[in-house]
Design a protein around this ligand. Structure first.
Ligand code: IVH
Length: 688
């Protein structure tokens, strides 16, 4: 990367544009999706680069520059809540020098001489800050920090926290904002993540993302199941000042019923800070929660008020951060885990090493791009880092220590669990196994989907029973379900079964051997083929045999079958690719054929809708209609048994032409296809 000073103006402009877009993307991943892709240190490097270039080229500062934004905007789905006074952030100190400078600045600003500066030191937990509004002692509303001015109203979710008092004990001001940190303890975080990974779901990168993701649930019942805790530590707007010093204020918070970090301490003067910092650092590894430093707040609230804020940070408080904890170790191998949805996730297996008091053996490598970007290889010596993150990150490989025969890591293109092709759709970062029907890593999830109410609707096969039958060696693929009757006596003898429940299950299975084709297609669990798309396919291809045959033919790009697939209204290129990928895997085809030995899906008949003149006909709509939207017209035509496609061909029966119709109308005329005006279409369709 070029040093900023050597950039031309054009290069600088291009890079600022790129940085703005990239930082916005990472902000969104971090704040809105709670799923960051890069480490905090890499993010900071992007911000720093942006700032350096902007300092040299002030005329190029963009309206959307990251330097003009604070934190995250409000996510969709939550009501906004404006804070009584802004929620700000803190400046950082990285050593005693920075802290001394912070104290000098306070003295200068207040014009102090030799007076003692008393502070309160509080461990800085990496969680999510929140603002709690109490009126007449009752909890009224709670919000996230958001952009500092307004956050998301997460009142219902906050009420599920055991450590949040719904009523303040004793006398309280008429109206007061209380601020604190919502966080999760390390053990609870790791246990939760482990269970998520086992279930094939996304895990959280760090406790802070966990806290944020848990609190920002639209369904507060989910928040209630998350082990969130709260420490209170600051005040926002208040109708009366309830204390003279920060220390008294913390005592008041405790009296009201809040948890205050028990390691917080009043320091008689600024010289006590370094020892306090060292003391907390020494206990860091043993704490139940992760901290990344200590916050020092000037104790006297009248001084705090006089000092006020600069930019987004108060002059009276600072976060003295711990240095990032690093260690080097050897990367033994890169392991690929297959989740329940088929996602291939790389994980580094290393020689165990102690990083800041925690023995580490595994680290996530996120995805294949991340491995390539860092050029991490098996056999490398790597630098590991825990910077406020419980899960360690691989910072970099040490190239000097690289074995001579080392090769760049090549990400597998087949699934390590079942051997099927693993594909990575364009524009996505995750590679996925396509062997949905036969992959053992995905089996439970697939089977659950296959028997669900809105798919094959087979009663009596919950997750527990699926696991039990799987362990007994009786159930792996969907076709196995239909072979269960052959093992009825064995099943009846299994723990928790008996004759009756076994017989009930066999009956339920027997009742589902002729499902509607659309449900059957949906039940296969092909990615992106949900209920609606399965209907489109069933309606278009009518019968399983036709569908199977056309999908196989569609594997060839440019083939007539591929074009036909693409011409189905509602089936875009991404969906077409997923279908083709599924049929491209011979194991899926084998599983499907195996299934067809037991199941005969009922073809969808086009004339189902009665004797409309459009039943079984191919229709194209073009131009804008006046009396209904295109979407509505298409839905209505389909309800009458018509097939709606996007382009006009010899197979088209009718073209319905709206206002300003273009080339399609011309093409219809050319091919001699019947052209209908909107009024004619309405008349013929029977809606006047
Ligand atoms: S005081 C103006 N106290 O650190 C005062 N913040 O970098 C701002 N944090 O957004 C907050 N522990 O999420 C304060 N004892 C503590 C804290 C703390 C953690 C977090 C908080 C804040 C961020 C600022």
């Amino acid at each position: 990367m070029k040093p900023p000073a050597t950039l031309s103006e054009a290069e600088a402009a291009a890079e600022l544009a790129r940085l703005a877009a990239e930082i916005i993307r990472h902000d969104r991943l971090y704040h809105t999706q709670d799923a960051p892709e890069i480490t905090d240190a890499d993010y900071d490097a992007l911000i720093r680069r942006n700032r350096e270039i902007e300092a040299l080229f002030p005329d190029l500062v963009r309206a959307d520059s990251p330097s003009r934004r604070v934190g995250a905007a409000v996510a969709e789905g939550f009501t906004k809540a404006r804070h009584g006074v802004p929620m700000l952030s803190l400046d950082n100190a990285f050593g005693p020098e920075d802290f001394a400078e912070f104290c000098r600045r306070i003295r200068r600003f207040l014009g102090l001489g030799e007076e003692r500066l008393a502070f309160v030191g509080e461990p800085k937990i990496d969680g999510l800050s929140i603002n709690l509004l109490y009126e007449e002692g009752r909890f009224l509303r709670g919000a996230t920090r958001g952009d500092g001015m307004e956050g998301e109203d997460v009142t219902a979710n906050l009420k599920t926290l055991a450590s949040l008092p719904l009523r303040l004990k004793g006398a309280a001001p008429g109206r007061i904002e209380i601020r604190g940190e919502v966080f999760v303890e390390k053990a609870a975080f790791l246990a939760f993540n482990e269970a998520e990974v086992a279930a094939g779901r996304r895990s959280f990168a760090n406790p802070r993302n966990f806290a944020a993701g848990s609190l920002r649930q639209l369904d507060h019942r989910i928040t209630a199941q998350r082990p969130l805790k709260l420490f209170a530590y600051a005040m926002g707007a208040a109708t009366e000042a309830p204390a003279a010093t920060h220390w008294e204020w913390l005592e008041r918070l405790q009296a009201w019923g809040f948890a205050v970090n028990p390691l917080s301490e009043r320091l008689a003067d600024e010289h006590a800070a370094a020892a306090f910092q060292a003391g907390i650092a020494a206990r860091r590894a043993d704490l139940a929660y992760d901290i990344d430093g200590v916050v020092y707040k000037l104790d006297r609230l009248d001084w705090q008020a006089r000092l006020g804020f600069v930019g987004r940070a108060p002059r009276w408080a600072i976060a003295w951060k711990f240095p990032a904890e690093q260690a080097t170790t050897k990367l033994l191998r890169i392991e690929i885990q297959v989740g329940r949805t088929g996602a291939l996730t790389p994980r580094a297996v290393m020689e165990p090493v102690n990083v800041g008091g925690v023995v580490v053996q595994h680290a996530t490598l996120h995805n294949e791009d991340e491995i390539a970007r860092k050029d991490v290889r098996e056999g490398d010596t790597v630098v590991l880092q825990r910077a406020g993150d419980v899960i360690p990150q691989i910072v970099a490989a040490v190239p000097e220590a690289r074995p001579a025969d080392s090769r760049p890591y090549s990400f597998p293109v087949t699934c390590p669990a079942c051997g099927s092709h693993a594909v990575r759709p364009e524009g996505e970062v995750v590679r996925r196994c396509t062997g949905g029907l036969i992959c053992p890593a995905q089996a439970v999830e697939r089977l659950r989907h296959f028997v669900a109410r809105n798919t094959m609707d087979i009663d009596g096969l919950g997750e527990e029973r699926i696991l039990q039958l799987q362990a007994a060696g009786l159930l792996q693929t969907p076709a196995d379900i239909f072979r269960l009757p052959e093992h009825a006596p064995v099943i009846a003898a299994l723990e928790g079964w008996g004759e009756t429940s076994a017989a009930n299950l066999m009956r339920a299975i027997g009742a589902r051997v002729a499902p509607p084709l659309d449900r059957f297609i949906f039940a296969l669990g092909i990615r992106r083929i949900g209920e609606a798309n399965a209907k489109l396919l069933a309606r278009h291809y009518h019968a399983l045999e036709t569908w199977r045959e056309r999908m196989l033919a569609a594997r060839i790009i440019g083939s007539e079958a591929r074009e036909e697939l693409g011409s189905i209204q509602g089936i875009g290129p991404t969906i077409a690719t997923e279908l083709v990928d599924f049929f491209d895997e011979p194991r899926n085809l084998a599983a499907l054929d195996d299934l067809s030995r037991y199941v005969t899906p009922v073809p969808v008949s086009l004339a189902e809708a009665g004797d409309s003149p459009f039943a079984g006909k191919v229709l194209v709509f073009t131009g804008s209609l006046e009396t209904m939207t295109r979407q509505e017209a298409e839905a209505r035509a389909e309800a009458l048994g018509a097939k709606v496609t996007k382009s006009v061909s010899k197979k088209t029966d009718f073209v319905v032409v709206g206002a300003d119709a273009g080339s399609k109308a011309a093409k219809a005329a050319e091919l001699g296809v019947i052209v209908l005006s909107e009024a004619e279409w309405r008349l013929k369709a029977g809606f006047g």
